[in-house]
Design a binder for this molecule. Structure first.
Ligand code: DAH
Length: 346
């Protein structure tokens, strides 16, 4: 039995040595180690041997099996390498042909400007906050001093979420502005604060060249001791000149927003038409840039901040509009329209 096994091992090893292709090697494996293979047959027969021989033959057969398996494995790797080399030699391969062109994506113009805005405000010590896009009626309105009965609710046409109701905070809406993050941040961190909140907002609007149902805003606010509109003017002047890299004319008018007192409108000269009048500036030469004002004491109170000790200002502007100004885009619908011929220009 022993001789038979050793002879089988030798025959198999010889055959492996001579094999000149993966296919030939596979045949050898089947012949010896396959289900009906020669060694397999011997291993199966071990159980019928006399007891004294069982362990000896069993052990030897297993050793032979290991030897053969290793030899097959090594030869298989060797053949694979050879076959690959041969294939490389056979194929004419021109290394000077340029590889396939992979087109790289890039940052959307809205995000590009958002990052720029974040960087400028960051450098002035403002932190960047985020808030939910599906917001409670409380944070979107009541917390900002806009009760349900208030006519100012009509300033922002709102998408209400059907069937969703927060027990504590009322109905749910798609946030109409990023201002709700004011109260959320005050609750979370208390005063003092310097914050900007860039984010996506939604209004139930008829779309045209300057209105879309989805757009981006940046809310900003500062709360500290002895803060005045002078600080707001300073911060805005610094922000706009950093952003545009040149002096931009700004004008401040009185305005009304329920969450500030006094309230302001901040405009700047239209960069598209240079003040002559165009579609974007509605032929006025001025772009309504942002609302602003001193934070109403009811808002500070909603955020758990004592208005006798602290005060501050807030502003909110359309990031989308700013991007349009930056790049001379005269139709807001292009920005989220998904047309690559447009988007790839930035
Ligand atoms: N949330 C206002 C809007 O979307 C913009 C705004 C106006 C924000 C005045 C402010 C502010 O913080 O003081 O129309």
């Amino acid at each position: 039995m022993k001789e038979q096994l050793l002879a089988l091992q030798k025959a198999c090893l010889d055959a492996i040595k001579k094999a000149d292709s993966s296919n030939a090697l596979q045949e050898i494996e089947v012949k010896y180690l396959g289900r009906k293979g020669e060694l397999t047959a011997i291993l199966r027969g071990v159980k019928d041997l006399p007891d004294a021989q069982k362990p000896i033959v069993g052990k030897l057969s297993n050793e032979v099996k290991t030897v053969l398996e290793e030899a097959l494995e090594n030869k298989s790797k060797e053949l694979e390498k050879e076959e690959l080399n041969k294939q490389l030699q056979d194929d004419t391969f021109d290394i000077t042909i340029p590889g396939p062109d992979r087109s790289l994506g890039h940052v959307h113009p809205l995000s590009q400007v958002q990052h720029q805005v974040e960087k400028i405000f960051n450098s002035m010590g403002f932190m960047i906050m985020d808030g939910p896009e599906v917001e409670s009626e409380y944070y979107n309105f009541e917390g900002l001093n806009i009760p349900a009965w208030h006519p100012a609710r009509d300033m922002q046409d709102t998408f209400f979420i059907k069937g969703k109701h927060d027990k504590k905070h009322g109905r749910m809406v798609l946030r109409t502005h990023t201002s709700p993050v004011q109260v959320r941040t005050m609750e979370k961190y208390g005063a003092p604060l310097r914050v900007i909140v860039p984010g996506r907002t939604f209004r139930y609007e008829a779309t045209d060249a300057s209105h879309d149902t989805t757009f981006y805003q940046v809310e900003g606010f500062m709360i500290d001791k002895n803060i005045s509109i002078a600080h707001l003017k300073g911060v805005l002047a610094q922000f706009l000149s950093s952003l545009f890299g040149k002096e931009v004319t700004v004008r401040i008018r009185p305005g009304y927003f329920p969450f500030v007192e006094p309230g302001l409108e901040v405009d700047f000269s239209c960069l598209i038409c240079g003040g002559k009048g165009c579609r974007v500036c509605k032929y006025t030469g001025w772009v309504e840039f942002m609302g602003a004002g001193m934070i109403h004491e009811n808002v500070l109170k909603a955020g758990g901040i004592d208005p006798k000790k602290w005060q501050g200002w807030a502003f909110g502007f359309g990031l989308t509009r700013l991007v349009m100004m930056r790049h001379g885009i005269d139709d807001i619908r292009l920005l989220l329209g998904g047309d690559l011929r447009f988007i790839n220009q930035f």
